[in-house]
Design a protein around this ligand. Structure first.
Ligand code: SF4
Length: 147
């Protein structure tokens, strides 16, 4: 009964992948704290529902790069680029805009439909891409869902 009253966590499409590579780093302390909290919530409760969006989400509101209601990480066009990344990820995972799924289901889709090196096509010039954290996270999911 209580479970069904918990609001889904809103997460934008491409951030579903960013969460696979989270290792305690981020844009500033406030953002890292929020990312840590959401990452832990989802890791502790894979049944937790997530609403997948193509817009600023539950993390973005704590990000120093959010201006009004749009991402300006790489300048004025960033929100357009982020939406395109969201759409690309959601198409690959067959998730519709605003769709609500469990974190476990999202895990399964990433693990079965994506490979670590797909990020080279999806993530553009993201500063975290060369570190390899996210591709390693996805490869771990590949192994987990196939074992
Ligand atoms: S490389 Fe960047 S955009 Fe791609 S999943 Fe990692 S943090 Fe997200």
């Amino acid at each position: 009964m209580f479970e069904s009253m918990v609001e889904p966590i809103s997460i934008r499409g491409h951030t579903l992948l960013c969460l696979q590579g989270f290792r305690g780093e981020g844009y500033d302390a406030t953002f890292i704290d929020r990312l840590t909290e959401i990452h832990k919530t989802l890791s502790d409760d894979p049944a937790r529902l997530v609403q997948v969006v193509q817009a600023p989400d539950a993390l973005c509101s704590y990000c120093p790069n959010l201006t009004l209601d749009r991402c300006e990480l790489n300048g004025a066009d960033s929100e357009v680029e982020m939406k395109a990344q969201d759409a690309d990820v959601m198409r690959r995972l067959e998730i519709g805009t605003g769709e609500i799924l469990s974190w476990q289901e999202i895990f399964n889709r990433i693990g079965t439909r994506l490979k670590g090196n797909d990020l080279n096509e999806i993530c553009g010039h993201c500063r975290w891409l060369p570190l390899g954290y996210c591709s390693e996270g996805i490869e771990k999911l590949n192994n987990r869902v196939r074992s």
